[in-house]
Design a protein around this ligand. Structure first.
Ligand SMILES: [Zn+2]
Ligand SMILES: [Zn+2]
Length: 258
């Protein structure tokens, strides 16, 4: 299984996952046109995408979902409460399948384990994904207010983690956002900061962890260099040599082997 983060940040998120036979998208939060462009850039035929899995209803996660579902005639998977509040914005779609957080399911060669994460939406689903006959596990953890025991349990044996590193705390507090938005971002239902991401990694770091992809970075309240150097400090502290990538809003990442 390999992955390419097509876009990551408050202006839109989408992750391409490519298995032995199947390509899927996690979220489609940029326009349908942009998704097509980025798939083209990643040299992926868009007709090879077989489903879109939605984490939650915020527009940076669903903006292009309806368009892509209709264009490619592919189903959307979401938890029920997310789909309820998102369906008018998503519009008519090819088909919808509901999953429940805590109940793993399969889609072609993928085993998908959705789990709940605190965030200011109906019900956020993050995902642990593996391929049949493979020990490698990918965890996608973004839009999380804080790291719960369940999160730590889910990510502790992952080989690749896409991890939110949304803001630098000082930049957020001293930055231009009004106080209520600052409160929302740093609250237990907001987003993981650089230091929260580092703290989480220092708790679960293990020898089989191969890739960390820092994601959902704020353009206003963070800088890729800051997020990267903070995480580097943690990796150095534990003498851990895994790959460290930064997902960005505009440029897709390279292909990353999970
Ligand atoms: Zn988001
Ligand atoms: Zn969100």
């Amino acid at each position: 299984m390999k992955i390419c983060v097509l876009a990551s940040g408050s202006k839109g998120n989408s992750i391409l996952i490519s298995g032995i036979q199947t390509n899927i998208l996690i979220d489609a939060g940029i326009s349908g046109k942009k998704i097509s462009e980025k798939l083209n850039y990643a040299k992926v035929d868009e007709n090879s995408i077989k489903a879109i899995f939605i984490t939650h209803e915020h527009s940076d996660h669903i903006k292009g979902a309806g368009v892509i579902s209709r264009k490619l005639k592919i189903p959307i998977f979401a938890n029920k409460s997310t789909f309820q509040v998102a369906k008018n914005r998503i519009g008519k779609v090819e088909s919808v399948y509901f999953f429940e957080n805590g109940n793993p399911f399969t889609f072609n060669e993928f085993l998908i384990e959705p789990f709940s994460v605190p965030h200011d939406c109906e019900e956020n689903s993050c995902f642990k994904i593996s391929e049949r006959n493979s020990k490698k596990k990918l965890v996608i953890l973004t839009d999380a207010g804080y790291s719960t025991r369940l999160i730590k349990e889910k990510i502790k044996n992952s080989s690749t983690i896409i991890l939110e590193s949304n803001h630098d705390f000082d930049k957020l507090i001293n930055g231009p956002y009004d106080w209520s938005l600052k409160q929302r971002i740093k609250s237990n239902n907001g987003h993981l900061s650089n230091s929260q991401a580092c703290e989480l990694m220092s708790e679960i770091i293990h020898p089989n962890l191969e890739n960390i992809i820092l994601a959902h970075l704020s353009e206003e309240n963070n800088k890729p260099e800051i997020a990267k150097s903070e995480m580097h400090k943690i990796l150095n502290k534990y003498g851990h040599k895994c790959n460290l990538f930064i997902a960005s809003q505009n440029e897709p990442t390279d292909w990353i082997e999970v």
